[in-house]
Write a protein that binds this ligand. Structure first.
Ligand SMILES: *Cc1c(COP(=O)(O)O)cnc(C)c1O
Length: 401
């Protein structure tokens, strides 16, 4: 087992990824180590997944405890951890019903299928059009890449599912003109994550709500990246004072254990009758036990308030770096979903910043070629933010030089 290296990747893996040079082998909180023992500060958080850092002791305990009891049953039986987690999600949100999956893409797949089913059963088959937005990201299954607004992810995979329209995000006029009696769903991320950390305007979200009500369309919020505390609210819709009809969650939901969920109001959930949809592993006891513990910790008001406070520190530090090196146009996002958009001079170079940061033992992300992204643990300490930002400053200095 020790006989593998980064080179092994190029020999045995499908070449759809281009992983960085080091291989982390151990993590604790916001720290990671590679096999030489080099320590890294982790502001990538497994792409907004490790909301409680690596190997949080309470998550490890929940995993071990459940791991010695029961891992898997299939949905021929229900199980206590799934019921407990569903109860918490229902009590803590707008939703009346929960469907469990194993990833974000699967949660969205369920949501899009639900919208089609709900519309065809209640209004007829011609009500099938899904409205989505450019630059959006909803997963990598054929349906979810098709609903997503990034053509590079559908190219070569045609023929694609039909009946999907992509509009400009935050463009109210365009939305009003496009929506019709045939619209079955409007799907959006409250902050476009992969598309460049672009927050939805409050007025835009309100308009989506209004039009969905007017046209009996399902309002689907993809909160896979914004969800579970990332914005300083349990879910980002809570910032906007509206409720969606359907919401998808994954990433932070399991704190690092793969799990996804679709949350829905009763009348929409009812469309998925017995046998209409399913998943072998969805709602397995092991994943649900870990997610249930993650929910308890993340939903603690002190943790959520902490997210908002730490954001201020990130913004202040990024602005200080920017005053010195003039690399960013703006810092955007919500809570600990931080996007620093590169200015004209550095367009297309987000990966250079990411690689330079790694050389300073700091892990960060990009959100497209023009945005540096950070999505650290919600429990990151002020000292770790200071340390990480000092490393980022050195990395920026190198790129600029
Ligand atoms: C990551 C992500 C997905 C896809 O989740 P997977 O678990 O990779 O399938 C979907 N939507 C958004 C907004 C995401 O950030």
């Amino acid at each position: 087992m020790t006989n593998v290296s980064r080179e092994t990747f190029d020999e045995v893996m499908v070449p759809n990824y281009s992983p960085l040079k080091i291989i982390p082998v151990k993590g604790e909180g916001c720290k990671l180590w590679d096999k030489d023992g080099t320590e890294y500060i982790d502001f990538a958080g497994g792409i907004a997944v490790n909301a409680l850092g690596h190997c949080h002791p309470e998550l490890v305990a929940a995993l071990k405890e459940q791991g010695e009891k029961l891992w898997h049953l299939s949905n021929v039986f229900t199980n206590e951890p799934a019921l407990e987690l569903a109860q918490k999600l229902v009590d803590g949100t707008f939703a009346d019903r929960v469907f469990f999956a194993n990833s974000g893409g699967e949660a969205n797949e369920a949501a899009f299928k639900l919208a089609r089913k709900y519309a065809s059963e209640n209004f007829g088959p011609e009500k099938n059009e899904i409205i989505s937005f450019k630059q959006s990201f909803h997963g990598r299954t054929l349906f979810t890449v098709s609903v997503g607004g990034q053509p590079k992810y559908t190219q070569g995979f045609e023929p694609l599912p039909q009946g999907i329209t992509h509009l400009e995000y935050n463009n109210i006029e365009m939305l009003e003109n496009a929506v019709s009696e045939n619209t079955c769903a409007i799907v959006l991320e409250p902050v476009q994550g992969e598309g460049g950390i672009i927050p939805a305007d409050k007025a835009f979200v309100e308009k989506v709500r209004e039009l969905c009500d007017k046209y009996d369309a399902v309002m689907i919020l993809d909160e896979i990246q914004t969800g579970m505390g990332r914005t300083g609210e349990l879910f980002a819709y809570m910032l906007h004072g509206i409720e969606p009809d359907v919401l998808t969650s994954a990433k932070a939901l399991g704190g690092g254990f793969p799990i996804g969920a679709m949350l829905a109001k009763q009348k929409f959930a009812d469309a998925l009758k017995i046998g209409t949809h399913g998943s072998t592993y969805g709602g397995n006891p092991l994943g649900c036990a870990v997610a249930s513990k993650a929910f308890d910790i993340i939903s603690n008001p002190a943790v959520l308030t902490g997210v908002k406070e730490k954001r201020v520190l990130f913004e202040t530090k990024l602005q200080m770096i920017n005053e010195k090196y003039e690399v960013f146009d703006e810092v955007r996002g919500e809570g600990l979903l931080v996007g620093a958009a590169l200015n004209e001079k550095y367009l297309g170079r987000a990966r250079d910043f990411m690689v330079a940061a790694l050389e300073q033992n700091l892990m960060i992300l990009m959100a497209g070629p023009n945005v540096v992204r950070m999505a650290p643990s919600l429990l990151v300490s002020e000292a770790e933010i200071e340390q990480g930002m000092a490393a980022l400053e050195k990395a920026v200095a190198k790129v600029v030089a």
